[in-house]
Design a protein around this ligand. Structure first.
Ligand code: NAG
Length: 440
């Protein structure tokens, strides 16, 4: 009897040791490659805003039976709530993704740290919700990629507090190589599991062709891996949506979705702009991948048809700033409408290079409206002080020592604080938009 017990004990001990070894060697594995198909370790954790007071948690597991549950609470290690969400996977030719989990948690209290765990086991993550009111600070990037530059930029970003990351397109640069989405997810997890990442797509996220009936649909991986709150903002497509954070209203447009004046995106944009309450969200920003104003040799004119279709709306509703990417460089324009400076129009800023390799040329001799341009890796920061004042800064990644010394900066005054701009504005009273549109 005693002998049997001893054998059993040794057997169990070996089993435990084997499991520990297996766990230890699972540290850095990528979904669907080297891991065993029973690995339920959460990978590629990222979070995004999902409507007022809600956060969407996303992660991937190799194990197809792993549960889509998030446990969370405001005390580390003690989770007093849990929510079960959804999951799915996608195919791209012969590639089959891991199980992609989505759980939306909330309602959450502003300015509060939450601790969470994915799938019922494993590491604890945490994030702090944005404040209900200003001041608030946003990081703006484009052309992220996954180079050593990307790492340096992300490291630099994490050196100072901020409330959310806004990506103007250019994520993994997978361009059809699906495992690059996985390595990108792993690269950004330390940052994107702590702060919401709100993204719009670029040409490198299309990865499909509508015309080839047998090929994958465009944006298959992007839509599967980066579900944004389009449903929550009344949009029918993950390629364009809006969200409120602190007192800012962000509109994310899709350069690679239809945008002409008869398109669904145009109709949605008009409805979204109309619904903004400038007392609740005094600041309005638009993020669109392809810039409407640029002095890049390669990309000048690429955003022209979208500009012609939509600029009028952004002008009429007094959008404060339009951020773009696409061009792998930094460039800032003044308040501009229909190629002419206009005190009531948005400022245009291109911030296209957080880390992707630059491949770029500016036109010789900057146009008079191009106030600052440089071919550098970096990130933008938009600090909103109150309803009227905000400060935008561009930080080069290479200047890693001093956050006090941005390579470009501009103070912004809210357009609604100008009587002249506010008087003409459709957002003050919606009924005037029709009249104003007719005038133009
Ligand atoms: C706009 O927001 C303010 C402040 O939250 C609120 O008092 C007001 O009623 C809102 N206006 C409309 C038309 O909803």
């Amino acid at each position: 009897m005693r002998k049997v017990t001893l054998v059993l004990t040794i057997f169990l001990l070996e089993l435990v040791l084997q499991q520990q070894e297996a766990l230890a060697s699972n540290g850095g594995c990528v979904a669907t490659s080297s891991c065993s198909s029973t690995d339920s370790q959460p990978q590629q954790v990222h979070i995004s805003l999902a409507g007022q007071g809600y956060m969407r948690i996303s992660w991937i597991t190799s194990y197809k039976m792993a549960t889509s549950v998030v446990e969370f609470g405001s005390k580390s290690g003690s989770y007093n709530e849990y929510i079960v969400g959804d999951s799915f996977s996608y195919h791209y030719y012969s590639y089959v993704s891991g199980k992609i989990h989505y759980v939306t948690i909330g309602p959450l209290t502003p300015d509060t740290t939450y601790y969470y765990r994915c799938g019922g086991s494993g590491s604890e993550y945490s994030f702090r919700t944005a404040p209900a009111a200003f001041p608030a600070e946003f990081v703006l990037v484009g052309g992220v990629g996954q180079t050593h530059r990307t790492k340096a930029t992300l490291e630099r970003i994490s050196q100072r507090c901020y409330d959310a990351v806004i990506v103007a397109g250019g994520l993994a640069y997978a361009d059809g190589h699906q495992s690059l989405w996985d390595s990108f997810g792993q690269l950004i997890e330390p940052y994107a599991s702590q702060k919401p990442w709100m993204v719009t797509s670029s040409k490198h996220e299309v990865e499909g062709v509508c015309t080839v009936s047998k090929g994958p649909q465009p944006f298959k991986a992007f839509n599967a891996r980066w579900l944004m709150p389009y449903h929550e903002s009344g949009s029918a497509s993950n390629l364009y949506y809006s969200f409120d954070v602190a007192g800012a209203h962000y509109i994310m447009l899709g350069s690679y979705a239809d945008f002409d004046t008869s398109s669904a995106q145009y109709e949605w944009l008009k409805a979204d702009l109309t619904s903004i309450n400038r007392s609740k969200t005094p600041w309005v920003f638009v993020v669109v991948n392809t810039p409407w104003y640029t002095s890049s040799v390669a990309y000048k004119g690429e955003g022209e048809s979208m500009r012609k279709a939509m600029e009028n709306l952004l002008y009429t509703f007094r959008v404060d700033v339009v951020f773009s990417s696409r061009v792998n460089a930094y460039e800032r324009f003044p308040r501009i409408y229909d190629n002419k400076q206009d005190a009531c129009a948005p400022v245009y800023i291109t911030l296209g290079d957080a880390g992707f390799k630059p491949n770029f040329e500016f036109e010789h001799g900057a146009p008079s409206t191009s106030l600052h341009r440089e071919l550098t890796f970096g990130h933008g920061r938009l600090r909103i002080y109150d309803n009227n004042k905000a400060h935008f800064t561009w930080f080069r990644t290479e200047d890693d020592s001093d956050y006090g010394n941005p390579s470009d900066q501009v103070w912004l005054t809210n357009l609604m604080s100008s009587d002249k701009c506010a008087d003409l504005c459709a957002c003050k009273k919606f009924s005037c938009i029709k009249t104003h549109n007719d005038e133009l």
